[in-house]
Write a protein that binds this ligand. Structure first.
Ligand SMILES: Cc1cc2nc3c(=O)[nH]c(=O)nc-3n(C[C@H](O)[C@H](O)[C@H](O)COP(=O)(O)O)c2cc1C
Length: 375
């Protein structure tokens, strides 16, 4: 069976919390497509580590706190946001729903949520913009020719995307063993719509004795010079996605990058790298308090959002859960997912005595040291 079940037009009664979309997606997505979306690269050590890091982090609740004036609003890039939960860039969403990213954009707009459209979206950035709210960001992959990269940037600017998110952690694209074993191949109808007019440059040929990795793929990979070039091409804030090392983070900040996404691509970039949540405190310490930091990889609940904010993120991105909600109930499912996540976050804030996002900090995280005082 290689076809998806049609998305529902009502929220299924089985959905009681955000993570339920993950469980229900298996009833809507064809098995090979589910394997492609759900899988990580290699042996999925990092995919597992992402979840383990959240599970090993506990929220430390407080009693009798007055949070009746509470809210989740905050400022990011000079704008006021209703809440800190954005939708991550996810390629080829037409795998999950015939309308793909258009439904995602509608779900985000209905809930005042930011969303990031992938370079590899199944629908063009112009088509999606028509259905999107104001907080639409564009995720950029460097193309093999700079003129194509520049064209993408200019198209995103013209279509009203407000931030460029440059993803740098997938210079080498590693296949998912899970997807391979499930027999997944990209259906002919699912295409990277934004790239239709940029013919793929011929791959670099390597000489005998040369490495496919070093002299092949990496010889064409983006460099610091490409990042500097990009920063000079656009008036939009540029955010770099895929940062896991504090020294890279600091170097990006000094270069003029407007913010970072601490991310291991949901365990899809290189197997064996740390969980995003695990490296977040070190990156926050490196870049200082006032520098925009987002985090993704492994978030499945509003509790996870709370933990990420407590350990240093200003906002988070949601990857797979959005695609699962899209497959289950289209824009309605995406909107419902975002509402659930926001409410789950609010519950954690209230129970931890945090009326605003600014109140959330490392003190709300319990760490088992044997000498807990909390004072
Ligand atoms: C099917 C799939 C496709 C993705 N495509 C992209 C992409 O085109 N660009 C990108 O920057 N990240 C991409 N990502 C990574 C997500 O933006 C995000 O970092 C990751 O999914 C977060 O982890 P989570 O799925 O556990 O929330 C993709 C992830 C998945 C699962």
């Amino acid at each position: 069976m290689k076809e998806n079940r049609l998305p529902q037009t009502v929220i299924p009664a089985e959905i009681c919390c955000a993570q339920d979309y993950e469980y229900l997606a298996g009833h809507f997505l064809a098995a090979d497509r589910l394997a492609y979306i759900a899988g990580g690269c290699g042996h999925e050590t990092t995919l597992t580590a992402n979840r383990a890091a959240f599970d090993a982090t506990s929220i430390w609740p407080r009693l009798l706190c007055d949070v009746a004036h509470g809210h989740t609003a905050f400022e990011l890039f000079g704008r006021r946001w209703a809440h800190p939960i954005l939708l991550a860039p996810v390629a080829y969403q037409t795998l999950a729903h015939p309308q793909g990213e258009i439904e995602v954009a509608r779900g985000a707009a209905a809930t005042d949520s930011g969303f990031v459209l992938s370079t590899l979206a199944g629908r063009t950035l112009e088509d999606v913009a028509v259905h999107a709210g104001e907080e639409r960001w564009f995720q950029l992959y460097f193309q093999s020719e700079r003129r194509h990269t520049l064209d993408l940037v200019q198209r995103a600017e013209a279509a009203g995307y407000r931030v460029l998110v440059v993803t740098l952690d997938t210079a080498i694209k590693l296949p998912s063993l899970r997807a391979q074993r499930a027999g997944f191949t990209m259906p002919a109808a699912v295409v990277a719509a934004n790239l239709a007019n940029y013919p793929e440059a011929a791959g670099r040929s390597i000489e005998r004795g040369q490495s496919r990795v070093f002299q092949g793929v990496m010889a064409q990979a983006p460099s610091w010079a490409d990042l500097d070039w990009l920063l000079a091409q656009t008036r939009l804030p540029v955010v770099v996605k895929g940062v896991l090392h504090p020294q890279d983070a600091l170097r990006m900040k000094k270069r003029g990058v407007a913010g970072l996404v601490v991310s291991n691509h949901g365990g899809r970039s290189l197997d064996g790298v740390p969980a995003s949540l695990a490296v977040l405190p070190a990156i926050r310490a490196a870049v200082g308090d006032d520098y925009p930091l987002l985090l993704d990889s492994g978030i499945r609940s509003g509790g996870d959002v709370f933990k990420a904010l407590a350990l240093g993120a200003d906002a988070v991105l949601i990857g797979r859960l959005q695609t699962y909600a899209l497959a289950v109930a289209g824009a309605l499912g995406v909107a419902h997912l975002l509402r659930l996540l926001r409410e789950e976050l609010e519950v954690c804030m209230a129970q931890a005595g945090c009326a605003t996002l600014a109140d959330i900090g490392p003190a709300m995280i319990f760490r088992q040291t044997g000498e807990e005082t909390g004072c």
